[in-house]
Structure formats: structure tokens, C-alpha cells
Ligand binder design. Structure first.
Ligand code: PLP
Length: 397
């Protein structure tokens, strides 16, 4: 009945985990939801005023397909500051969240059968979108190297069919921030092999000291003609529901994206565009600093609680707002044996027994991993992590 391509994807694992948490809550259970890929924060006043002003001025109509010129100019200025290179508005497309920017990238860059290298654990949407676009995800395991890909592993994965590599730093789900040497190595590899780098820096605003986020193009300027930068205001300004992202890439890529987007969604939401424009023109960065402080506090409270875990290593949580647990030693009788259960089992027990919702690593290609968000209210985080520690410390496979 349905097209063959529907076999290439299922509802994202993170959305499923959120739905399971909501269903449990709807049945009357008190649930602490640590699945959210978003920050709970009051809306910034400049964003609020920008949106209200757009409505009061009767703004209702389409904008340019890839967004208001003024906003693309503002994003170009932001990118120029962040990368130390000059960006022009015709190298920028505004999209309905970073998700659409990533989808656009796959659709305009991949031919059927083209291979795309994706480090594992990966954000669940990366391989799904590559497959929908007719490409072939090729996975490179990073679990033995603290979730940072080794250059020799990436090199070994390159074949004549390789077209692109996806780099996501700070990473969802692992929370690692790629170091400069890794960024340089990947950039140089891409240049040497003529690959595209799809560089997702949606969590770039949240790298926790001493780690620092760097754009790949600042480290390897020569990669620019093969680089697609993906970003969004969703996480950085805590407006996930407003659906505003962007991509920056060579002009011919943006031209193709504009044509594609003209047949899919057209411009992203016009009110969100005006609100973010007001923010970029008038915001003094205090709101973002506030979000960073909120996350820094939540991270340190969370790490304090997680330090009581007995058989699970303390997560590094270098960036973003996720603790990523490696449950391998818990899931196998000795660390050398194969897994007897997966993190799905742990997530199910956590939800049913302790009322804590977490995302199993199977959603990210890692059956031994577990992602816990610390973007939500801190009191809930404390309760949720204390219950989780209790369950994991008494876990008996
Ligand atoms: N990229 C990564 C790594 C993400 O984690 C997410 C959302 O969770 C996105 C892209 C999509 O962001 P948006 O909500 O702006 O579409």
C-alpha cells in the first residue's frame, strides 16, 4: 500500500521515548522526563517583542523562499564573527529548523548509492535522511575512543562511492566536543578525498569549559568549498517549537536548496524570522549567557549525582545538554562477554519501576548507551537522576 521508501525510516527513537513518557504520565504515573532535546527556559523578551511587533504590524505573507534578506544578512554577520571568514547572504538559507537544513543537504548533494560516513553513536535523524535521499549510511564506531572518531577509521571507511561525512559537535547524543586536531584531520581528509562535510553545530553555543566549540572552517579554511554548516536557533535560543534553522554553504548549493525548498515548505515561519531578526539586531547576548549558566548548573548538579554510579563510568558531558551513559559493564556479566540485554531493557525498567524516562542508545546505533537530558527543570533532574542511580546500582542482569 505504501511506497518502498517508507521502509527506510521509522518514527525517531527520541520521539518514541518521549511518547512513552507521555503515555505513562497520562496513565496517572508521576514521571520525570529526561528525554527532552530542548531547554526549559522563559522566552527571551527581545524575541517576544519581535514576534508581537510582527503580528501587530500585520506581517502575514511569504518571504523569500530561503528567508528574509535582512535575516540572512544578520546570520552572515554572525557566521563571519564565529568563523573569522566573510560570509554573504547568498551563501545562507533559512530553513524550518536544522532538520530541514540537513534534509536539504542530503537531497541536493547525494546521488542514489552515494555513501555518507556517520560516526556512531549518531543523532537518529542523520542516517534516516541520508537513506530517504537515496544515499547509503556508512557507520564508523567511536565507542572505543571516547566517542571521537579516529582518523584511520574514517579513512578506512572511504570508498570510491563516498560522497560526504557528517560531523556533529558538540554531539547529540554523546555530549563530546571534537578537539581541534580531530577537526583538522577530518577537514583535511575531506579536502584530500573530495568529500562534502556536513557540519552540524546546533549545540555550538553550549560547550562547557575547558572545552570550546570551533567551526571546522576556522580550523581548515580550505574545506570551505566542500562544507555545509548546519545550525538553528532552536537550542541556542530555546525556541525549538518556532522552527527556525539555517545552512551556510557554497552559492551553488544554496541555489539548489532554494529551488528544492520552493517545492517543499517555501520560507520558514515569518513571525519566527522577524523575532530572531529583532534578537540578532538588539540582543546583547545576556539571554544566551543565562542559558549557558542554567545548563552549567544543571550539568554540575547532575554530574554530582551520577558520580555515585558504581558500574557505569561518569559521563564527560563536554557540550550540549546530555549525559550519555555507557551501560556495557552493566549489561554483560563481565565486561568481556557479549551484551545480554540492551539499554532498551534498562529504559523500560527505569520507566516502569522508577518513573524515569530516558532514551535508549539503540536510537543512536548504540545498544549499550543511554541519553539523559539536563535541559529540563533542575528539581526534576535531581529526582530523576537519584532514582536512576538507585536502579542502576542495584541492576542485576
Ligand atoms: N541536529 C542535531 C544534532 C539535533 O540534536 C537536532 C535536534 O534535536 C537537530 C539537528 C534539529 O534541530 P531543529 O529542532 O532546529 O530542527
Amino acid at each position: 500500500m505504501l511506497a518502498h521508501r517508507t521502509g527506510l525510516f521509522a518514527t525517531s527513537g527520541t520521539a518514541n521515548a518521549r511518547a512513552a513518557a507521555q503515555a505513562a504520565a497520562a496513565s496517572g504515573k508521576e514521571i520525570v522526563d529526561l528525554t527532552a532535546g530542548e531547554i526549559w527556559a522563559e522566552l527571551d523578551t527581545t524575541l517576544r517583542a519581535g514576534a508581537i511587533s510582527a503580528i501587530q504590524h500585520g506581517i502575514t505573507r511569504y518571504t523569500d523562499t530561503v528567508g528574509l534578506l535582512e535575516l540572512r544578512q544578520a546570520v552572515s554577520r554572525k557566521l563571519s564573527l564565529e568563523t573569522g571568514q566573510l560570509w554573504n547572504p547568498d551563501e545562507v538559507a533559512l530553513t524550518t529548523g536544522a532538520k530541514q537544513a540537513l534534509f536539504n543537504a542530503s537531497m541536493v548533494l547525494l546521488n542514489p548509492g552515494d555513501e555518507v560516513i556517520i560516526p556512531v553513536p549518531y543523532w537518529t535523524t542523520f542516517p534516516a535522511q541520508v537513506s530517504i535521499a537515496g544515499g547509503q549510511p556508512v557507520f564508523v564506531d567511536t565507542r572505543a575512543t571516547a566517542y571521537i572518531p579516529r582518523l584511520e577509521d574514517l579513512r578506512a571507511a572511504i570508498t570510491p562511492a563516498t560522497r560526504a561525512i557528517i560531523v556533529n559537535t558538540p554531539s547529540n547524543p554523546t555530549g563530546v566536543v571534537y578537539d581541534q586536531a580531530t577537526l583538522r584531520g577530518i577537514g583535511e581528509l575531506a579536502v584530500a578525498h573530495g568529500l562534502w562535510v556536513i557540519f552540524d553545530e546546533c549545540y555550538g553555543a553550549f560547550a562547557h569549559e575547558p572545552c570550546a566549540h570551533q567551526s571546522m572552517v576556522s580550523v581548515v579554511p580550505e574545506v570551505r568549498s566542500r562544507l555545509v554548516i548546519i545550525n538553528a536557533f532552536s537550542k541556542a535560543l530555546a525556541i525549538t517549537g518556532w522552527r527556525l534553522g539555517y545552512m551556510a554553504a557554497p552559492r551553488e548549493v544554496i541555489k539548489a536548496v532554494k529551488a528544492l525548498q520552493s517545492h517543499t515548505t517555501s520560507n520558514p515561519n515569518v513571525i519566527a524570522q522577524h523575532a530572531v531578526l529583532a534578537y540578532l539586531e538588539a540582543g546583547d547576548g545576556a539571554y544566551e549567557r543565562g542559558l549557558r549558566t542554567q545548563l552549567r548548573n544543571a550539568r554540575s548538579v547532575g554530574l554530582g549525582i551520577l558520580s555515585s554510579l558504581k558500574r557505569v563510568p561518569r559521563p564527560t558531558a563536554q557540550g550540549g545538554f546530555y549525559f550519555y551513559l555507557d551501560l556495557s559493564c552493566l549489561l554483560q556479566r563481565t565486561c568481556k562477554d557479549r551484551l545480554e540485554k540492551s539499554a532498551d531493557d534498562v529504559a523500560n525498567v527505569l520507566l516502569s519501576r522508577a518513573g524515569v524516562a530516558a532514551v535508549s542508545g539503540t536510537a543512536f546505533g548504540d545498544p549499550a548507551g543511554m541519553r539523559l537530558s539536563y535541559g529540563g527543570p533542575i528539581d526534576k533532574l535531581e529526582i530523576g537522576l537519584q532514582r536512576l542511580v538507585e536502579v542502576l546500582n542495584t541492576w542485576d542482569p
